[in-house]
Design a protein around this ligand. Sequence first.
Ligand SMILES: [Zn+2]
Length: 176
Amino acid sequence: MPAHKLSDIKVVCKGGVYNKSVIDRFWKYAEKGLTDDECWFWIGSIMQRGGYGQLNDRHKILKSHILSYEIHIGKIPDGLNVLHKCSISRCWNPKHLYAGTHKQNTADAIKAGTLHVFEVKKGTDNHNAKLTIEQVKIIKGSKPYSIKGLDKKFGVTKTCISRIRKGLSWKSVTIP
Ligand SMILES: [Zn+2]
């Protein structure tokens, strides 16, 4: 019988089976806080997108909070995500984790103020709705960096301003 390579050794956790090297590295970067209730921060590398703690397992990237959930709590129910009660993406404290839907996640993030919601005012998505020809002429003659000011001034979206500047809308209006 061939000798097992170190990478072949598996560890059975409550919610999944992992390579031993993954579990070993998890505990290297999973730093507990002073109390059971505070956030426990992942001190390994952090994903640029989402800010989650991450760990490489050969070609896969594992998220530390998901690993923590499977180590401490159990299998993630089908169709659910592992979410943070505390909204701190890099926190791996199992007490702060729960399984829920993406919709719940968004609602929690809004409640915690970590997700910015941009309200789109009705009517402004109609590019031509609110502008006068004079305003369109001003937009067409504007510099790229002034887009931000003009959208507020005329009560339309940045996309609207940008489309006009690129000549995609209000084609009939020309400037000298
Ligand atoms: Zn936390």
